[in-house]
Design a protein around this ligand. Sequence first.
Ligand SMILES: [Zn+2]
Length: 80
Amino acid sequence: MLIFHNMKKNLNAIFSEDLEKLLNKFNEYSEIESGNRFCCICGSLITLSNIQLLIPHNNKPLEYVCNSTNCVERYHTNKP
Ligand SMILES: [Zn+2]
């Protein structure tokens, strides 16, 4: 399941076609396709099929968490 983690800390499920649109909006789609994005927890390569969380930041690049249960749990445990 894909989850978009938005600024209000709500979790909204999004569909893969919306993910593509979203990534295009952030100019991130080609970066992911080029293998330039990595999980912010474990450092695994992020692909269109293993994105679990997208974390937007003001004036900073998007962060990604891969679909490893361990990474998702660690992200939720460690966040400020
Ligand atoms: Zn990971």
